[in-house]
Write a protein that binds this ligand. Sequence first.
Ligand SMILES: [Zn+2]
Length: 86
Amino acid sequence: MMFYVIGWVAVGAYAGRVAGAKGRNPVRWLLLGAFFGPLATMAACFMPPALAAQKANPAPARRICPHCSNELSPTARMCRWCKRLV
Ligand SMILES: [Zn+2]
């Protein structure tokens, strides 16, 4: 019986860890895992990552000045190299 309880808690902790790695609330999923055991762990494994986690590393936008081919900052309206509008 004790072994069964330890295994149940371990499964819950695993659900929390998987959810945390996917940008979800690990405490909430740890509780879900403690209540639902393997079911919550399976849900944590199969659910897609949270949107916030997907947007954590957006590709940096690079812009090139059409006049002098130097690199511009993404929000620049005037090239800082040749001082022309871009
Ligand atoms: Zn330029």
